[in-house]
Write a protein that binds this ligand. Structure first.
Ligand code: ZN
Length: 436
């Protein structure tokens, strides 16, 4: 089966070019001008922009254990409807993924049910911290996830000794939720019942900064790669800028560069409650600076769905987390269209850097021989994000009502047209990612 995508604006050599893409099987066979029309199927892409497949390297899909909030099917459906071609899913499900049997269980659940490509994180614990060698060269596993501050679920490595062990012993990149657990516990007295604005007072800037500094020291000491997730403070950005390291990379989320306190808490209350928290505008601006100066290299959504009923409980009974995998690609593309980031930066953050950093095979660029994962948007048509559009089982988004200068259009996964004209048009075609 061959398919020719004609007349699209294709992201090629760091810019849009009017090119055709010939897909054969799951691969890109050719990219060029006026490719011949002998393909089995021809798809006109006039007016559409075609990116190498965007990847959301940070999602929580809640299966197994809490399928009412999300399943691997519903979460990946949300992802492809927003243009994402793959996700890395987190291990704080129930039960937690802290051994190979549970990792393989997720991989077999994903098969023929996930609409986008996928890899799963392996959760670090004190107990498995000296037995991480089993992850060497394991396809379908993107790395080790370590919570050093407690968030949703039971995964936690809080003692410095074990934190260092995990970083030292892991053969794969260690992605880390960085908040100092002892400080979080010691500060619990500042939590005000019924006042969600005390959330970011409790989970303070210092909790994040002191933890992140410690992690950077361990990475440098052992010359091991760590990826610090959802950076929320200007202080962490400045610290890495002044102490650059070959072993440390930073992620942030669309939430932390779009929403800020106290305003967002006034607007949506406990629906804005996430970990680490949304902070003030000063920090939002500091994080943007980190993006501009390449201190932050990846944007992940930290898609963390909870039901409306749960989120509606009074703080601090309300759980932390918000959905995001359906909106991440569009929100970031909107920032490009509003001249907040360059076109190259957009693609670097959502595709090139994830592929490079994690060593995802045969992706990261629209070129001959690569797997045909494609994100297709209409950059000439506006779109309003609405709760009703959200495919996640949670059925809401913090960006309800937000107007974008871009609309979703199509998603190709493994050479298959999975979404077209904003509709799911195929069965689940996702495959496990292989890694270099
Ligand atoms: Zn997360």
């Amino acid at each position: 089966m061959s398919l020719l995508l004609k007349n699209g604006q294709v992201y090629y050599n760091d810019d849009f070019q009017n090119l055709d893409i010939l897909i054969e099987g799951n691969k890109i066979k050719k990219v060029g001008k006026n490719l011949d029309d002998n393909a089995d199927e021809i798809q006109d892409c006039s007016g559409l922009s075609i990116f190498p497949g965007f990847i959301d390297t940070h999602v929580h899909f809640r299966e197994p254990g809490d399928e009412k909030k999300e399943t691997l099917e519903s979460g990946s459906r949300a992802a492809v409807l927003g243009g994402m071609t793959g996700v890395f899913e987190m291990p704080n499900t129930n039960p937690i993924v802290d051994n190979l049997e549970r990792l393989n269980d997720k991989l077999s659940r994903a098969k023929n049910r996930m609409h986008c490509n996928y890899a799963f994180y392996f959760g670090a614990t004190n107990e498995n911290s000296d037995n991480l060698d089993i992850l060497k060269g394991l396809d379908g596993c993107c790395g080790v996830k370590m919570f050093v501050g407690s968030s949703t679920g039971d995964l936690l490595v809080k003692d410095s000794f074990y934190i260092e062990q995990v970083i030292k012993n892991s053969p794969r990149i260690v992605s880390i939720h960085s908040e100092d657990e002892d400080m979080l516990l010691a500060r619990k007295n500042v939590i005000e019942e019924g006042n969600v604005k005390s959330h970011y007072i409790w989970r303070s800037v210092e909790c994040a900064v002191s933890s992140t500094k410690k992690l950077i020291d361990f990475a440098n000491k052992h010359k091991k790669k760590i990826h610090i997730l959802h950076i929320t403070t200007k202080d962490e950005v400045n610290y890495l800028k002044d102490n650059q390291s070959d072993y440390v990379t930073f992620e942030t989320t669309p939430n932390h560069i779009s929403l800020y306190g106290p305003d967002i808490y006034d607007q949506i209350g406990t629906f804005a409650q996430i970990n680490p928290p949304i902070r003030t505008k000063e920090h939002l601006e500091g994080i943007w600076k980190g993006i501009d100066e390449n201190i932050i290299s990846i944007i992940g959504s930290d898609h963390s769905p909870h039901t409306k009923e749960q989120k509606n409980q009074p703080y601090p009974k309300s759980p932390s987390g918000m959905p995001g995998t359906q909106t991440i690609g569009l929100i970031m593309t909107d920032y490009y269209l509003k001249n907040k980031i360059s076109l190259k930066k957009l693609v670097d953050l959502l595709c090139v850097n994830p592929c490079k950093l994690f060593g995802i095979k045969d992706r990261g660029e629209i070129k001959e021989g690569n797997i045909a994962d494609l994100t297709i948007y209409n950059l000439n048509k506006s779109f309003t994000i609405k709760d009703e559009w959200i495919a996640s089982n949670c059925g809401w988004t913090p960006f309800n009502g937000k107007e974008l200068k871009v609309s979703p259009f199509g998603t190709f996964v493994q050479g298959n047209k999975v979404v077209w004209d904003q509709k799911l048009v195929n069965e689940a075609k996702g495959q496990a990612y292989a890694f270099n």
